[in-house]
Design a protein around this ligand. Structure first.
Ligand code: DX5
Ligand code: ZN
Length: 220
């Protein structure tokens, strides 16, 4: 397993200064930029779409890790690919044809990820593990930043780590929701190798970002 990658979620950034915020987390050591797209239908909140993502794309060369909370999602995949996504991650719960969605993302030449919600079993990955590049485990119910980590997801992270290792494929195992310096080491111990964090990165303002990111790596 490689060292943990930290993916700050720009959902917690100051939207009035979004470009500066992306530059600041890049300089503070972010590995990926996590882009949370919410449609007000699949989740009870609305964030932003591909035009906003495209506007911040030139600000950094770090990979854009795009988490689509959209249903049905397929009609938007091309737009996010064109707007500069590096990895596009879709929920198994967001439509009847997750296998087709993953095929579509791969056909666009992008890394493909699959997300499972807290109430969704790891078993949903059985027939996807041979084609995805990333599995994202939600450790909160999606829709909002600043929620509490759901402990029961640690068991699922460990189960998926076993599935990934058994597959022999290079698949990132990412955790999203309530990740902070207390829960991060528990996720890593369970087998995660990428962590999304909004609140725990952006609190304290730009002068705190580097220390906040280091603390999530366990270098606090
Ligand atoms: C939730 C989003 C998360 C969220 C993380 O739907 O997918 O990325 O913004 O925020 P924190 O780290 O504050 O829980
Ligand atoms: Zn997310």
């Amino acid at each position: 397993m490689q060292p943990v990658r930290i993916a700050p979620s720009i959902l917690s950034a100051d939207f009035a200064r979004l470009g500066e915020e992306v530059r600041a987390i890049d300089e503070a050591g972010a590995d990926w930029i996590h882009v949370d797209v919410m449609d007000g239908h699949f989740v009870p909140n609305i964030s932003f779409g591909p035009a906003v993502m495209k506007a911040i794309r030139p600000v950094t060369t770090k990979p854009f890790d795009v988490h689509l909370m959209i249903a049905p999602v397929d009609r938007y995949l091309d737009a996010f690919a064109e707007a500069g996504a590096d990895c596009i991650t879709v929920h198994v719960e967001a439509g009847p044809h997750i296998h087709r969605s993953i095929q579509h993302i791969k056909s666009l030449g992008k890394r493909a990820g699959v997300v499972i919600n807290p109430g969704t079993p790891a078993k949903m990955l059985d027939y996807l593990i041979d084609m995805v590049d990333l599995v994202l485990v939600m450790s909160v119910n999606p829709g909002f930043g600043g929620q509490h980590f759901i402990d029961s997801q640690l068991k699922k992270i460990a189960a998926i780590r076993k599935m990934i290792d058994a597959s022999g494929r290079a698949i990132d195992l990412e955790v999203d929701g309530g990740v902070d310096p207390v829960t991060a080491p528990r996720c890593i111990a369970a087998g995660a190798d990428a962590l999304v964090a909004g609140t725990a990165v952006f609190r304290g303002g730009p002068s705190a970002y580097a220390a906040n990111i280091a603390a999530l790596r366990g270098h606090g």
